[in-house]
Write a new protein. Sequence first.
Length: 171
Amino acid sequence: MKKERLESFVNENRHEFDNMEPSDKMWDAISNKLNETPKQKIRKFGWMKVAAVLAVMALIPTILYQVKFSEKAQTAKAAQVDPDVLELMEAEAFYAQEVSGKLAEIQKCYQVYPELKSEIEGDLNELESMYLSLKSDLKENISNKEVIEAMIENNRNRMKLVDDVLEQINC
C-alpha cells in the first residue's frame, strides 16, 4: 500500500522532478574526465623496498651459516691451537658413548627390577646435570683443559656407576 502511494506521488509530480538539469559546463567537464587517460602513480622509494628485500635475503643465509658452523669452527680452531685439547675431547666423546651404551643395557633391566630405575636415575641425573654444567662452561672457553678433564672424570664416574649396577644385577 505504501509503495502504491509513493508511485502515485512520483507520477503526479514528475514535472517538478525533471525541471533541474545539469548545466552544459558540467556535462563538458564530465566528458573531458571520461576521455582523459589515467595518470600512472609515481611510486616513491620503490627501488629502496627492492633493495631492502634483497639485503635481507642475502643476510639470512649468512646468519644461518654463522650460527650453524660457529661451534664446529670453534672446536676445529681449538684443536689446531692445542692438540692436547683435541685428545681430551676425543676421550670425552668416547666415554660419553660408552656410558650411553651401558645405560641402554640397564634400561632393558628395568622391567625385571623396577625399583632399580628410581635409584640409578637419581644418581645419573645428578651426574648428568653436572656434566651439562661443564659442557656449558666448555662452550664459553673451548680450550679450557680443566673443564674437559672434569667432563672426562664425570663420564668415568658415570661409567663406574653403570658398570657397578650391571655387575650387581646380572641382567
